[in-house]
Design a binder for this molecule. Sequence first.
Ligand SMILES: NC(=O)c1ccc[n+]([C@@H]2O[C@H](COP(=O)([O-])OP(=O)(O)OC[C@H]3O[C@@H](n4cnc5c(N)ncnc54)[C@H](O)[C@@H]3O)[C@@H](O)[C@H]2O)c1
Length: 440
Amino acid sequence: MSNEGQGRDIQPADGTLGILLVGLGAVSTTTIAGVESIRRGLTKPIGSLTQMATIRLGKRTEHRSPLIKDVVPLADLNDVVFGAWDPISDDAYDSARNCGVLRPEDLEPVADFLKSIKPMPAVFDKAYVKKLDGSNVKQGKNKYDLGEQLRADIREFKEKNGCDRLSMVWAASTEVFMKPSAVHDSLESFEQAMRDDDPAIAPSMIYAWAALSEGVPFANGAPNLTVDIPAMVELAKRNGVPIAGKDFKTGQTLMKTIIAPGLKTRMLGLNGWFSTNILGNRDGEVLDDPESFKTKEESKLGALEYILQPEMYPDLYSHMYHKVRINYYPPRGDNKEGWDNIDIFGWMGYPMQIKIDFLCRDSILAAPIVLDLALFMDLARRAGMSGIQEWLSFYLKAPQVAEGLYPEHDIFIQHMKLKNTLRWLAGEDQITHLGVEYYD
Ligand SMILES: NC(=O)c1ccc[n+]([C@@H]2O[C@H](COP(=O)([O-])OP(=O)(O)OC[C@H]3O[C@@H](n4cnc5c(N)ncnc54)[C@H](O)[C@@H]3O)[C@@H](O)[C@H]2O)c1
């Protein structure tokens, strides 16, 4: 698909953008505190492509590399307001204090702003997140009714805050493992199941349904199914709304999708990849429940298989053993430690090992992803792009793709896809890196 020279018709990013966050825990509060600190000139938007990255346009001899935000119209951070839902009634300041990601000296200067963000009552059911309790919860006749209440929240928030547009991101706890079932196959069966209080309808799906019904883009930062079911794809298409998922690509999987493509490009073999983590935040506690862990495990395991393609390279990857472990260890809080032991082999089969010890900060890595997803999804909406936004798989551990496609996990291909989509939106030439013309 080429539209060189004739960019996509994109509505301007004028007015206020409301970013609605489901969950007001570590990731959400770190995102909000960071955006407010940036607005007050206290810090820089490190890790965010929408704020910091440039994009090369045209030939290398043209020396054109503007900022992404100068090439496509993105909402300005000064025009962003935040809202959230959470079953725990702490405001964003108290929640951020409890989560312990940011130091008091970084929280205090934006305390007034954080205190002003109070979570709306959540659609929450302990059956889907076993290790959590909360009283700031909606009551309703059935799941359809709960969805209607969320729709009313969305409309009220928009009205009260004078928003021109909204963008929603799921940054709430990981729900128990669920497989797609017949009720997820069409919007009609999905809505009937909502009325029937069917257990196959998880709270995250009710938020997604409410967002898409209101024409609000929805990105899923956790590994739950949520929008990755035919019924939600149908609703997104019908209402012309973008969707993306799932699971923010932050610590260990970020490393995996950086390193594995490199090994493969050099045709080095892999016998095994053992990954283990210790973390002590609430996310770690939720993931201590085997059913929530199973959801996460599925999401974390996929990347290597897709990147290495053992069916195409049986000599290199068919005996690869891949294991992922997450251990809840309270003393570490949000400061996770992730170890990787990688057993590789080279010429004549000689074994070698790579060890990675990533002293990572989960929410620090996730916050710019939340911001970028919210802004790019809003851009997609204004550009008339609806349904699955595969070009945003760069940010996601288990990218949602069209039926019949395999997900692309290689971060370098994902990055090229993202930038080429932006060039396509702006009516600029795609960059293939062929470069023969420089030598003619
Ligand atoms: N931090 C990362 O690097 C990272 C990476 C990938 C995915 N994630 C995912 O992002 C999500 C958020 O992570 P976190 O570290 O902020 O966790 P957290 O536990 O600090 O925050 C999650 C919040 O969601 C709330 N919540 C649970 N169910 C809800 C519901 N039905 N409606 C509204 N709120 C609900 C909880 O009360 C909690 O406050 C998790 O699912 C996590 O797995 C995080």
